[in-house]
Design a protein around this ligand. Sequence first.
Ligand code: K7E
Ligand code: CUA
Length: 658
Amino acid sequence: MRTRWIAAGALVLVLMLLAVAGGRFRGATAASAPDLEGLIKTKGLTPDQVRAAVQTFVPPGKYDEYLMFSSGGQSGQVLVFGMPSMRLLRVIGVFSPESWQGYGFSNETKEILREQAQAKEALTWGDTHHPAISETNAEYDGQFLFINDKANARIAVIDLRDFSTKQIIRNPNAASNHGAVVSPNTEYILEGTQYAAPFPFKHVPLTQENYNKSYRGLATFWKFDRAKGRIDPSASFQIELPPYWQDLADFGKFESDGWVFMNSFNTERAIGGTLEKKPALEIGASANDVDYMHIINYKKAAQLIASGKGTTVNGIKVLSLADAIANGVLYFAPEPKSPHGNDIAPRGDYVVIGGKLDPNVTIYSVKKIQQAIKDKAFSGKDPYGVPILSFDKVMEAQVKIGLGPLHTQFDDQGNAYTSLFLDSAVAKWTLGGPYKKPAEAWKLVDKLPVQYNIGHLAAVMGDTAKPGGKYLVALNKWSVDQYTNVGPLFPQNFQLIDISGEKMKLLSNTPVGMAEPHLSQIIPMDKVKSWAVYPDVGMNPLTMKVDPNATAPGKQRIVRKGKTVEVWMTAMRSHFTPDRIQVRQGDTVILHITNIERAKDAIHGFAIDRYNVNLSLEPGKYESVKFVADRTGVFPFYCTEFCSALHLEMAGYLEVAP
Ligand code: K7E
Ligand code: CUA
């Protein structure tokens, strides 16, 4: 039996190789076949495993078909994988200093990390959850990437021309955030709060009465200026929400354009108090059978703000809850208790909600929601006066798919894929019209076990207007027995799944040992047009322009002005010019360094002993660093990238005289 499997496997592989090579290596393949068979036999591979290996293998020198941007969880960074090989191509420093990139060491990147920081904040990490690629007509355009920091209520902007962070915005009124999504043409990035907090933020003693009265949630719409590549806080606004714990959200598109759908939980407004013998938060926050999906007309909110309705709180315009209700900006719809995922179908016609404690996914029809709002089909109001749409009037379908449904992605065949946390599985089910015929609509069609405790999943462009099908990645929280033990901090487990056929097929496992990714987004490789070198020599990565302090060859110099010593330096294989700097103790030293190389990959680093100075200078990049020379001595500086045969010689001395 076993031998027959092995023979079949070898045959499959040989046939595939022949097909791929178009017969070019017929002779060679025939000659090496026994070796292959032996290899398959020794490893005990099944035909499916052999097929998966061939399918995901990207030969040396060839490129992957897709890029996957993953959140880096508590590392505060973004991870970039090639797919289907699942090779890690890049880590992007975002909320945490990243020494390989010199991120958080140069003046330019220090400024990004410090930008918008509030008094007494010295944040050196973030908890990234939701990367969002910029969109044009509800499709990824590959220009920018946004990501949230759940812990500190921040949003970062990454420019995909050089894959580096350009801006970090701190929400002045929120204490944490969760969802981060972009509108179909990237006019806005939505940041929803997670845990309700006193509004405006200050100390308000945590009693039930105070909580109900003075604590609030917020939906923040950050206006994105695409030409500048920056969020413009002055054109942004917030909508005040009841103190529920708002969760994931999605922007409508096409027929739901102008609307946002946002989950909430803890509509019970539980505040904990276990030591005082009150119910634990998790019990209090899941007592009710339903929570409220927030249905927000953000275009109307933007008009109201533009016509002067909002008040400015800590520098940002806020539309009050009362104004939101009075002007038809905010409605609720009941949703299964403790919901999590909130995903809009490709045509913008359905909202899919995964209720963690409900075995169904619940699907709402956008048409029905719009009709119910018109008809004022309300079943009541919440304690703050928000009208609640009647569940029967807005619900389209419920599909029983298994335990712990979380997030949903879509393919190009009218199917949806939902992660099942408690079942450790992916459920494939069908959408209704216009995606499928009535007889095929709203049915569970396949289920694939994953290892283990899946959180998000990501399909190729799986949350856009044009899903690509083909592949899906399960982002599993637990790996348990999938890898060799490397100590009690276990890697996360990414599993690549083939979704091109009727049945899902597991292709590969990838351990992620430096982060807990939440969401990923997958984009065809050719949609991202990044630079191999900075297009002009002396480009400042912050302004994306040639910096006035960039140094041309022949213009290198050291200038003293009072107690400030300024150095204009170039880096080129294999020397820094100048290579000797003499200062006196207590001087302020400013280094302007330009990598004047034009060759791809000719990267230099710049480090100084004991001064915590560390830069990464990619070809054409200008960066500066400033420090006070407070310790005397003779400190070597050197290039930290092995750039040439004389790389070790690419060095110099900083002399600090008493
Ligand atoms: Cu981990 Cu999207 Cu923050 Cu779900 S979230 S798993
Ligand atoms: Cu430059 Cu090593």
